[in-house]
Design a protein around this ligand. Sequence first.
Ligand SMILES: Nc1ncnc2c1ncn2[C@@H]1O[C@H](COP(=O)(O)OP(=O)(O)OP(=O)(O)O)[C@@H](O)[C@H]1O
Length: 654
Amino acid sequence: RSFPRKKPMAKKQKQRGSLRGEEHVEAAAAAAHEDAPAANAEGEAAAQEAGGSGSEVAEGRSADAASGGVEEGKEEEAAAAEEEEREVTFDELGLDEQLKRALRKKGLTKTTPIQREAIPLILEGKDVVAKAKTGSGKTFAYLLPLLQELLKLCKEGRIRKSAPNALILVPTRELCQQVYNEASSLLELCTSKLKIVQVTASMSDKDIKLALSGPPNILVTTPACVAACISKGIVQGSSIKESLSMMILDEADLLLSYRCEDDLKALVPHIPRSCQSILMSATSSPDIDKLTKLLLHNPFVLTLTEVGHAKDDVVPRNVQQFWISCSAKDKMLYILSLLKLELIQKKVLIFVNSIDNAFRLRLFLEKFAIRSAVLNAELPQNSRLHIIEAFNARLFDYLIATDDNKTKEAKQTNKESKKDSKGSRKHLQQTLDAEFGVVRGIDFKNVFTVVNFDMPPNPAGYIHRIGRTGRANKTGASISLVSPEEDNVFEEIEHMLQDVEKKDTNCILPFPLLTKNAVESLRYRAQDVARSVTSRDIQEARRQDVKNEILNSEKLKAHFEENPTDLDLLKHDKLLTNKSIPAHLRDVPEYLIDPTTKEASNAVKLSRAAMGLDNPRRKKRMGFRSGSGKSSDPLRTFSAELLHLLIDNEISQL
Ligand SMILES: Nc1ncnc2c1ncn2[C@@H]1O[C@H](COP(=O)(O)OP(=O)(O)OP(=O)(O)O)[C@@H](O)[C@H]1O
């Protein structure tokens, strides 16, 4: 990858830095008019036609008008392009020796563009709003300067200890865990000790109090949880005011959509004026501007298209985007063809828009001997976290996910939960987790293909979904199955990509590897099997899965804390039915596969082998054991009596 040179950028950012959001676009345009009265509306239109976002166009005119020539601008760009070849290492950013060593031990040497740009600004003490594409390394972009600042305060004995010194706010529990893991893994490799904790609304007040006693240096939490801690007096607002020196809003574009606005407003009076605030996001939205105004002071604004002269894309360049047009009822047939004929590279993350659809698909695939797991808001938190870990470790290849907690079911359950004031355990079990966000910001490792079985409701949803592949510059692909009913949203997505990436051609191409013949050869079987999956089967499978996952979850936590390697024995892709799979569905007969499809499938397999993805030792390296010897099965070695008690107890609550 290429990187821009440091100095001119820093100067440019400073010009932008004193302005926020659209203000800076408007102000740059106004400056252009002042500097160059001749730049009239026609000129503006021409500039826009030449390509570029509002801000770039405005800025470009301003610079040209001020310098009095296009040539000079071109020279500057050429010089910057030359410098783009230079890669910037973490060593060049003036980080603490301990952090540099920790990064080296983690095998990280070169910065990503957002890290290269944001870290120096944050180290200078600036408030920063940074927008950069998914998977671009935003977490380290704020964690490294945050840790550096706290290590420095510790060294100088200036740390104030009545409440946490840094607050990292994320929209979901899954993200709490992820950020906590990332920060802890760095801190473990440092010699100075900083205390970090995560607290979420699923913890009891007693556990939260215990976690916050000390207090920790860094608290990772959700806005809802921190607001509850303040209102219950678990944390004193005055202590926060005294101790807080840094606040991070990660996945900021999602914070407000998780109904966090009131919680954040409740926090504002307790944030000291001296607190440095950082806002990170993958997409732009009016919510970002709202949050910026609410919580930041005169921030630097770094946006992905402005990180250097390298015009970065909204979807990582290393992700190839494809689409397939098919009717809603043929989607099962198409996904079966893609998976069974091995036309897409594993691991595969499949998105659907409802939990019922997820189970319908899982049951359908199961009948063709394709095992998958389902990740959704209904599952206990520990199970969700473990499913993500197991998928990351390649214990299974297909994960079906519902990514939005505002599904039909969620709305329904939330409505019911308002009516039901008893707040019984049973009810809590059934209520979908409002802090759940399965994909947004989650760092799924090595997902090669993202499939939109159902299209997301809007372009931002598309960007977040696609962002689960191609992370940290890895190669990836996405395939969207688009029915005529989804044409509108697909067009919106295409327009958005063309606008942002300034491309005339379509960014999403028709998927070339699946022939009509290949699909038709499976039609009869697929339709037959799809019909056999009834609504009753789906409800039963949902119940069964929650039961299985409850077994996997909370109450067994203690056991797994003592025996972490046993975790691999909890299979999330267990068969939902115990009927055996007929041979004609398990294997596609040779005569059904046309030569083109065979060739395509072989090519996919070859590239898989070339990437070393078939090497069974990989799983071991990732810390998960293979095999499932009875003697080490936690569900067998765990006290049978206690287990029965747990199962009876949990199942009776369902
Ligand atoms: N400098 C680096 N070199 C190589 N890998 C990196 C670097 N920085 C981060 N990564 C890895 O890249 C992956 C994505 O990083 P991260 O989760 O921070 O992305 P993100 O920008 O926050 O994405 P999203 O917007 O989807 O949350 C992680 O696995 C992380 O460990």
